[in-house]
Design a binder for this molecule. Structure first.
Ligand SMILES: *Cc1c(COP(=O)(O)O)cnc(C)c1O
Length: 326
């Protein structure tokens, strides 16, 4: 079974906790949090689940070098750098924009983790992956490409697998979740959670908060997610007729654009930090948490429901965005 072919990189299961203080503040709901920010590798995050599948495949097929791409504050790239260090692979990162004078946040950590960093100017979404691959292959390296954000079907398996983990935790606690809120940006987490809930029969409404209003070129993110669902249902044997409705994201919290930190994200980060002592990040989880709080405050969810926030990590980016967070 494909889903068991993973290289162990993290601490699983990640904790599932009740947010007691925040639940008191919103007495119509019971609020829980799934702590993928505690997944263990180089300050954790959701990409560790995906990387377990990529690293397994890369080693299994005899590759010696990984390349992947992201923003300079990419959590995915930082976790990829750590995964390569642990598994003995050479790591190359393609990061958008120009080389800054100072390294901070995720960029600093990727550097400390030993990644070879290539700044790619305006090519911000991995456009240069294949030209770098060629160049490295000319140096006789065997190069495995992890896509932008780790979001192909293999990466999404990380979150199919995560649903199995959650289902066991919920059944041990004799608990049913009504909603799961999470940040969705390159689509692998969302596609994996959707496929997983259908594969394992977990009855819960997914609430993917859109982070980046741009898609890939002219492909919108919901279409990219639908592609993953259609591909995944075949390999996993899920009998469902997926439509674009199954891939829809909650829009409207992303209108400022990717990586633009407003008082919404700042206030959401402070609310969780002050109530539960848990730190979010300003780009992804802070924005998604703001979206969830908006649903709670405006009573957009069923009364007395159990609501889970899936914390996808991102802590190091707070240091880069410090000016926006004070
Ligand atoms: C990458 C990332 C996400 C989004 O996950 P996708 O699978 O790319 O949609 C959410 N939160 C954090 C902190 C991330 O780094």
């Amino acid at each position: 079974m494909m889903l068991s072919k993973k290289y162990p990189l993290g601490f699983y299961p990640t904790p599932l906790e009740k947010m007691e203080n925040l639940s008191k503040k919103y007495p119509d709901y019971n609020l829980y949090i799934k702590r993928d920010d505690n997944s263990g590798l180089a300050s954790g995050g959701n990409k560790v689940r995906k990387l377990q599948f990529f690293i397994y495949e890369a080693l299994d097929k005899g590759y010696d070098t990984i390349i992947t791409a992201g923003a300079q504050q990419s959590n995915h790239c930082r976790q990829a750098a750590a995964a390569c260090a642990k598994s003995g692979l050479e790591c190359h990162l393609l990061l958008g924009g120009n080389k800054p004078e100072n390294y901070t946040g995720n960029l600093l950590l990727s550097h400390l983790l030993g990644a070879n960093i290539h700044f790619t100017g305006d090519n911000r979404k991995g456009e240069d992956l294949f030209s770098l691959k060629q160049k490295l292959e000319e140096q006789n390296k065997k190069v495995y490409v992890v896509p932008y954000g780790g979001s192909n079907l293999l990466g999404a398996y990380g979150f199919v697998d995560a649903v199995k983990e959650l289902k066991k935790q919920l059944s041990d606690l004799n608990l049913k979740m009504d909603y799961i809120f999470f940040a969705s940006s390159s689509g692998g987490t969302q596609a994996g959670l959707k496929l997983g809930t259908d594969l394992y029969g977990l009855d819960v409404k997914l609430m993917p908060i859109s982070i980046d209003k741009l898609g890939y070129g002219d492909v919108t993110l919901d279409k990219a997610v639908l592609e993953l669902l259609l591909e995944g249902q075949k390999t996993l044997g899920i009998e469902k007729a997926y439509t674009i409705e199954d891939a829809t994201l909650i829009r409207g919290y992303d209108s400022e654009g990717y990586g633009v930190v407003t008082s919404n994200e700042k206030n959401a980060i402070k609310e969780l930090a002050h109530s539960e002592g848990i730190l979010l990040d300003p780009v992804y989880s802070g924005r998604a948490f703001y979206g969830m709080l908006d649903h709670l405050e405006n009573k957009k969810l069923k009364k007395n429901s159990n609501v889970l926030f899936w914390h996808t990590g991102g802590l190091p980016a707070n240091f880069f965005y410090s000016k926006d967070l004070i």
